[in-house]
Structures are given as C-alpha cells and as structure tokens.
Design a binder for this molecule. Structure first.
Ligand SMILES: NC(=O)c1ccc[n+]([C@@H]2O[C@H](COP(=O)([O-])OP(=O)(O)OC[C@H]3O[C@@H](n4cnc5c(N)ncnc54)[C@H](OP(=O)(O)O)[C@@H]3O)[C@@H](O)[C@H]2O)c1
Length: 303
C-alpha cells in the first residue's frame, strides 16, 4: 500500500512509520515545515491547505496530527488549539481524500483517524464499548468534533476507522515518564479515589492494531484501541510501583490533583473509562500485551 501519515513525528507516528516500512508499505509523511527528504510533503492544516496531487495515488491515510495534550494549565487559547488543530487537520485530510475518491472512484481507500477514549467522558466502572454515547466534558466534545471532521471522506466512500486510543504505555510516553519519576522518588500513590479506570494499551499493540485495521476491510467507525484488561488507577499504581520496585502506599488527594493539574487533572487523571476493545476482538485482532504487567515489562525492556 501507499500510506500517508500525519503527525508522523509524534510518539505513535515515530514508531508507526518504520513499522509500516518494515511491512513493505511505501510511506509518505505530511509535515508542517519545509520538507527535508523525498518522502516528506508539506501541508498546512491550520489553513486547510494540501497539494491535491499528494493524496491522489494514496491507498491509506493515518491521521495522528494535533497539538500535544500536556499536563499544563488549560487556558482558553490552549483548549482552542487542542480542538482546532485536530478538527482542522482531520477536515483537511478528509476533504482531500474525498476529492481523490471523486477523481478515481475505483481505488479502495482507508482513513485511520486518531481519536481518544476521552470520547466517552467519565464513565465510572461501567464497561464501555464502541456504541457508548459521548461524554459532555471538554475532551469528550473535542473527540466528537474531531471524529465528525472525517465525514467528507466517509461520504465519498472512503472506509473510515476512528481510533479511540487509551493511555499508550511506552518508555517515552510523557505521562509514563512523569509517573515513573514520581514513583522513583518514592512519592507514588493512587490518584484521587483510585477507583477510576485507566484504559491502557502498549505501544506495540497500538501500532499492531493500526496495521491490522489497514486491511480489515469490514471494519469501520469507532474502534477502541485499548488493552483487553483495563485496570483502576489504584491497580495501575500498584503495578507500576512493583515494576519500578517502589512502595505505593500514598494517596494524592483529588483537590491536590485538581489544584496542580487543573482541567487536565480532572479530565485525564481523575476521570476514566473501563473501555474494552470490542470491535478489535470481534474482528480477530490478537493483543501481544494482554495485561498491564506485560505492557509495563515491554516498556522497561523493549520486549
Ligand atoms: N499517546 C497517547 O497515549 C494517546 C492517547 C489517546 C489519543 N492519542 C491521540 O493520538 C494522536 C497521536 O498521539 P501521539 O501521542 O503520537 O501525539 P504527539 O506525540 O503529541 O504527536 C502529535 C503530532 O501532531 C503534530 N502536531 C503538533 N501540533 C500540531 C498542530 N498544531 N496542528 C497539526 N499537527 C500538530 C506533530 O507532528 P508534526 O510536527 O510531524 O506535524 C506532533 O508530533 C494524537 O492526536 C493524540 O491526541 C494519543
């Protein structure tokens, strides 16, 4: 396949591109700066600009672009940037794919477009599969608009899968770095009540699921990219503490997280989803890392 990747320099894209090439695919990267190599092509998602010829002979687009979601104060400008960067990028790709489909309807095309389990909002201990309705908090509403921006491609006959990803477990993942540091300092503990579910997925399985979905012709719509066994934050804390051989008896109270991390803390740390990868499992995808311990071990050893 010829595959275009947006947000290719990020955590997921950085691991995805070499994996796709190892599978024998021809990969081009859409970049927002001046291209440096023959496989890079410039696009300007903020202004919905892309050279239409770039996607003309592309079979798949994997759309990962968006302002990084960071534990920092969520000012109005930053929240706008989280939303606009995702919606504008996705609309740009989706409209360009629709144009390519109109020009050459015979080619089968697929768009794998990033989203997040934050789509569901805070769902307590209820098991959540892909038909669960959207939440009402800011991140959930970002996800709703982000996913909706794929409509032009879908309406033009492109197969669209919406990647509702959980917390990606990898040594280089930011939240994992922060948590790992806190634990190594001996300050680890459950966050808030600890009862909120954290749906995790190993980076290996995140990439594996995307490779699987490229050729899963009968899968479209929302797909939870989460490991098969989500855990509560309290359990996550115990497992992570064991993985770095540190105690986990502390509790960081809700108000402290809310004070230190603001809306990020309330939406991403204190809230959670017991999300199950129903679509992937029914389609026959096999997870390499079935448990959080497997994923943490892989993040530490690269296995
Ligand atoms: N990692 C996770 O745990 C996780 C969980 C759920 C959902 N997701 C979503 O999956 C996608 C990929 O995740 P990731 O962890 O690889 O993200 P990431 O490391 O934050 O990388 C995102 C990439 O998007 C591009 N980008 C940055 N600012 C942008 C802007 N203003 N407009 C357009 N593009 C911009 C950059 O690539 P270029 O400089 O190459 O353009 C950047 O490397 C993201 O949309 C993320 O929200 C990730």
């Amino acid at each position: 396949m010829k595959i275009a990747v947006t947000g290719a320099s990020g955590l997921i894209g950085g691991a995805l591109v070499p994996a796709l090439r190892a599978d024998g695919h021809a990969v081009i990267r859409l970049v927002r700066r001046t291209p440096r190599t023959a496989d890079e092509h410039r696009w300007d998602p903020q202004h919905h600009r892309i050279d239409p010829s770039v996607l003309a002979d592309v079979d798949a687009v994997i759309n990962l672009a968006g302002t990084p979601i960071r534990p920092r104060p969520w000012t109005r400008a930053y929240k706008q940037s989280l939303l606009r960067s995702r919606v504008d990028s996705t609309a740009t790709i989706s409209e360009a794919l629709a144009a390519a489909a109109a020009a050459d309807p015979a080619r089968r095309r697929v768009l794998l477009s990033a989203s997040a389990v934050g789509y569901y909002g805070d769902t307590g201990d209820e098991t959540v599969i892909e038909n669960h309705p959207a939440g009402s908090d800011y991140l959930a509403q970002v996800c709703v608009q982000w996913e909706a921006a794929t409509a032009p491609a879908r309406e033009a006959g492109v197969r669209v899968a919406l990647l509702r990803t959980g917390l990606v477990i990898d040594r280089s993942a930011l939240l994992m770095q922060v948590l790992g540091l806190v634990f190594r300092l001996g300050l680890g503990g459950r966050l808030g009540s600890g009862r909120q579910y954290w749906p995790w997925i190993s980076l290996h399985d995140e990439i594996g699921a995307m490779r699987f979905l490229l050729s899963a012709d009968d899968v479209s719509g929302p797909v939870n990219l989460t490991g098969p066994a989500p855990v509560t934050n309290a359990e996550f804390t115990r497992r992570l503490g064991a993985a770095v051989s540190r105690p986990t008896f502390l509790t960081v109270p809700r108000f402290a997280i809310s004070l230190a991390l603001g809306e990020f803390g309330r939406s991403s740390v204190l809230a959670g989803q017991r999300a199950i990868p129903d679509v992937l499992q029914k389609a026959g995808f096999t997870f390499r890392h079935q448990t959080l311990d497997d994923a943490l071990h892989a993040a530490r050893t690269g296995d």
